[in-house]
Design a protein around this ligand. Structure first.
Ligand code: FMN
Length: 321
């Protein structure tokens, strides 16, 4: 286990980047917070600071960075809505985390009871009147009184350590057990992503099953042979690849290389910064598409847990990105 502890004290400046990374360990959902501006046009941004506050009266909160361009609008609004995004709405998260002027033209939405817009297809949504606005450091806390809500059975989109998490993947992976499987890992090292040089080009470390490490054909066994001591955090992708009449289930975890692990790495291991991956050298098209998505999501959200506004310069990317 890698651990780091940094407490603020007089001799030691507060480690903001480390603080952000530590916050990123808290798994959240992803929401889009929306309102109508005085001229009737919709406004919104992506937020994972959403929290339930009270059942009676029904209150929720969301924190808004003072650097967000919509901060003034939300601090003065009398109504707003929170859409809890479903697993298939990563693009909606991306649109509302951007500075695009036409965010609402890129998604489907409809107005609810208070008039605030709600994303179509959201896993749940809460329509609120503003209960209170609290000043809190570089953010404001917007507390809403829920006047209406919708719940669906859609699987929610998760978020942890600066990347999206699909909770339903575990079930898919279980369902795939017994099928011909390839189990791989997208591993982040301090200096970049772990790729393996093979005669077929750059690849991710893979095995034919997950464990045990004593089995050289398993992913754990392959990682041990490469000198990689790793922690697998989440399932990142499960997909089926067809080759002729055969089909193979591909299961990819995302995780981290533990730096207090093995002191050596096999010579085939390449640690490549996310921005320097040579896509033409990753020959497997499905793996390339998956990795491109990983890098895109990682970059879209280089903040670990969201932190303010990159344009205002308050966001420090994780050292890995
Ligand atoms: C997953 C994720 C979660 C975010 N959470 C918040 C949040 O809770 N509060 C916030 O102010 N910004 C958050 N952001 C950043 C805003 O979405 C981003 O700064 C956006 O550009 C703000 O829009 P605006 O500038 O149009 O107001 C988050 C971004 C992402 C990708």
């Amino acid at each position: 286990m890698t651990e780091s502890s940094t407490a603020p004290n007089a001799a030691n400046a507060f480690d903001v980047a480390g603080f952000r990374r530590a916050l990123g360990a808290f798994v959240t959902g992803v929401t889009v917070v929306t309102t109508l501006q005085p001229d009737g046009s919709p406004r919104g941004f992506t937020a994972n600071s959403f929290t339930s506050v009270s059942l009676d009266p029904p209150l929720i909160l969301v924190c808004i960075a003072k650097t967000a361009s919509s901060h003034a609008v939300f601090s003065a609004t009398h109504r707003f809505a929170v859409s809890v995004l479903a697993e298939d709405q990563k693009h909606v998260s991306g649109v509302f985390a951007s500075k695009a002027a036409d965010k609402f033209e890129q998604v489907r939405w409809s107005a609810r009871k208070t008039g605030a817009p709600v994303m179509d297809g959201a896993a749940a949504s809460f329509d609120c009147t503003t209960h209170d606005v609290v000043d809190a450091g570089d953010h404001i806390i917007l507390i809403g009184r829920v006047v209406d809500f919708v719940d669906t059975s859609s699987s929610p989109l998760g978020y942890c350590r600066g990347a999206y998490v699909n909770f339903s993947l575990s079930q898919d992976a279980l369902a795939a057990a017994g099928a011909r499987a390839r189990v791989g890992a997208i591993l982040e090292h301090r200096d970049g992503l772990v790729l393996v040089d093979t005669p077929q080009g750059l690849a991710l470390p893979t095995g034919i099953r997950l464990e045990p490490a004593s089995d050289p054909a398993s992913l754990r066994g392959v990682l041990a042979k490469l000198g990689l001591s790793a922690h697998l955090d989440f399932l990142f992708a499960v997909f089926e690849e067809r080759g002729g009449t055969e089909s193979q289930v591909q299961i990819y975890y995302r995780g981290r290389v533990l730096h207090n692990g093995s002191p050596w790495l096999d010579s085939s291991v390449r640690i490549v910064p996310l921005s320097q991956i040579r896509w033409d050298e990753v020959n497997d098209a499905a793996v390339r598409a998956m990795l491109e998505r990983y890098v895109r999501e990682r970059r879209q959200d280089a903040f670990g847990i969201y932190v303010g506004d990159s344009e205002a310069g308050t966001v420090q990317p994780l050292g890995l990105a």
